[in-house]
Design a binder for this molecule. Structure first.
Ligand SMILES: C[S@@+](CC[C@H](N)C(=O)[O-])C[C@H]1O[C@@H](n2cnc3c(N)ncnc32)[C@H](O)[C@@H]1O
Length: 234
């Protein structure tokens, strides 16, 4: 059975799982994912403008953005989002324009309306990752970027065997363990206006990656795509 056709996550299970995680999420996943969050924010701020954080969760990364970007955050879990709202109020984060319950696969934003889409530790938790990436590409402005930090499954060996063994339990906790980089690469290849521009290994243990896709159209993006092609050849 292929990786994409195997029994997948469903939104109800995910929403229930994150309602349980909400009270302890920052304690359990705060420090361990910090490096990846800072790397994603730095990448997003190179573009700046209006940034959408998909799966913003408890809003743990919101205080780290600079004051001059405009932030929108969406999440499918109301209990996680309530934590984000508290954080924004307590820290008086004036650059946060919107926090809303929304499904990543059906974003209530017009076409070409956002400069950057950031999704940290989210893509492996959605039922239809490729459809979700299509939706990110739809709302992104030409010249904008999708910035992901995501778990990348092992291609072979003991880690892959362990990931497969742990997969059913992981789904109940709210994520997939088995998700190969190939799926991102294939998605980018078949999506004509999107280009994979970076994959960088992230801690813990290099099991995660920062992955950037650029939407064709802006001069800076065309330069970046050209540089990526040159690096790949050289
Ligand atoms: C592992 S947490 C990551 C939270 C945060 N981005 C961080 O850096 O810690 C995954 C988040 O994605 C949200 N999520 C899962 N499926 C979603 C969907 N279909 N639409 C929107 N958010 C979703 C979950 O509710 C949860 O808050």
């Amino acid at each position: 059975m292929s990786e994409s056709s195997r029994a997948e996550l469903d939104k109800e299970t995910i929403a229930k799982a994150y309602a349980r995680w909400a009270p302890v999420y920052d304690l359990v996943f705060g420090a361990v994912f910090e490096h990846g969050r800072h790397a994603a924010i730095a990448a997003a701020e190179r573009i700046g403008g209006r940034i959408l954080e998909v799966g913003v969760g408890t809003g743990i990364s919101l205080p780290y953005y600079s004051a001059d970007v405009r932030l929108c955050g969406i999440d499918i879990s109301e209990p996680m989002l309530r934590k984000a709202q508290q954080r924004v109020a307590e820290l008086e984060l004036k650059n946060v324009e919107l926090l809303a319950v929304m499904d990543a696969e059906h974003l209530d934003f017009p076409n070409d309306s956002l400069d950057v889409i950031v999704a940290q530790y989210v893509i492996t938790t959605v039922p239809n990752p490729e459809a979700t990436l299509d939706e990110f590409a739809r709302v992104l402005k030409p010249g904008g970027e999708i910035v992901l930090v995501s778990r990348v499954g092992a291609e072979a060996g003991l880690r892959r065997a362990l990931e497969r063994w742990f997969a059913p339990a992981a789904r109940k906790l709210g994520w997939r363990t088995e998700f190969s980089f190939e799926r991102y690469a294939v998605w980018a290849k078949k999506t004509s206006d999107m280009q994979l521009v970076e994959r960088r290994s992230m801690p813990p243990f290099g099991h995660f990656s920062l992955i950037r896709f650029a939407k064709r159209g802006g001069a800076a993006v065309e330069r970046e795509i050209q540089n990526t092609a040159t690096r790949a050849v050289g």
